[in-house]
Ligand binder design. Sequence first.
Ligand SMILES: [Zn+2]
Length: 417
Amino acid sequence: MIYHLGIDDHDSPFGGCTTHFGLELIRFMQKKGIKIIGYPRLVRLNPNVPWKTKGNAAVALTIEADMNLEELGQLIWDKSIEYVKNISHGFEYKRKPGVVIVKDCNALQKMDVLQNFYIKAVYDIIPIDLAIKVAKSIEAIYMGSRGIIGSLASLGFEQPYTYELLTYRKMENWKKPRGEVDLDSLIKFDEEYFPYVFGNVDYIKGKPLILSHGNDPVLYGIRGTRVDSLLEGMKKIRINEEFYDFLIFKTNQGTDSHAKKGNRIYQMFYDKVIVKEINIIKGGDVIINTVDNQRILVYKETGELNSAAKLLRFGDEIEVLGGIKPSAKFNKIIEAERIIVLKLSNKNIERNPRCPRCNSSSTSRGKNKGFKCKKCGFIFNEKKSIIEESRELSIGTYQARYYRHLTKPIFLQLENK
Ligand SMILES: [Zn+2]
C-alpha cells in the first residue's frame, strides 16, 4: 500500500530539525522493509507566519508499506515523540510537532483538496481547526498539534520545484563549532554550474550561504535545478568536517510559489500599484505610498531594490511582491522583496524652439507672439518643442539582495512549471 507522509515542527534551538527527523525516519523505515518512493520533499510555507519554525519548512515522503494506516501511524508517531524527546528536546521549547498520513489513491478530488490546501499555506495563515477538517475530509490520520498544518500542506506540493542537497553532521560534532567551507571551491562550483544552481554564495559579502547555523544538525545545503549538479557540488565543495549522511530533497525553494495576492496581515501581497509619493526615512529605509493608500516598506538592506525605490515617484506603475506585516503606525505595511517597474510616468517638458537663423536658444514674447532669439534678436513664429524627460530609473525587476527561500532568483530558469 502506498502512503504519503507529512512531518513538521520537529526542530528546536537545542538541536534537531524536521529534515533531520526525515532522514532518521527514512533510515528507520528502510530497516523495517518500508520502501521510499521518489525524492523526499522539503516544503517551505508562508514566510510571514509569526510563530513559524526556523525557515518554516515541512517534509513530505511517499512510501510503500505492508501495513494498514493505523499501524503505520503508530509506528511513525512513536518515532516522532522519541525524536522530539531525545534529540530536539522540542517540548521544552514549546514546539508542537505534527504528523499526517494519507493513503494514496487515484481519486483526483483528494489530490485537489491537498493541492489547494498547500497553495493556501504558502501565502496565508491557516488555523489548526481548518487543517483537521481538511485532513478528515480526505480520511488522513493526524497526530500531534500545530505541526499538523504544515504536515498536511506539504502533501499537496508537486510543482514547480528545485532541489536541495542537505548534508548532516555527525551527532558527536553537534556541540562543536561547524566546519569551514573553502570559499574558492564553492565559488568555482557555483560559477561552473550557473544558471542551474542558486542561493549558494553571497557575492556581496563574499560569504558562503550554504552553511547552517547554531545547533542545526545540517552541515550545509546546496541548491539548484538539477540533481547531477548538486551531486557534483558535494564532491567539489571542500569543507573541513566529515558528514554523517546526505539527502536530496525536491523543494519549492526559488519557485515564487508564495507569489499570491493577499490583503490581510501575515498574508503575501502581490499586485500592481501606482506610486503616490516616496518617503525616505531615517537610516535609509523607503516607504512607498500608493495611490490606493497602501504602504510599502523597502529596507535599506535590500540593496538595489532600496536604491530603485528611492527613484520612484508619482504616477509610476509597479508590481510589488512582499509580506504584509502589522505596523503600529500604519496598521499594516508591506515589506517588499521584489518590485517590477512596469511604467514610468515620464513628464514631457516643453522647450522654446531654437532660432532658425543661428540655432541659439530663444525667449517667448508672450502668448501667440512668437519667440525672440537670445543671440541675434531674430523674431520668429514656431511651436514649442516637446522633450521627454529622462529618468535615472529604468523599467525592470529589482529584487532584495538577501536570500529568501521561496523567492525566485532573477536568473533562475525553472525546468518545470
Ligand atoms: Zn538667432
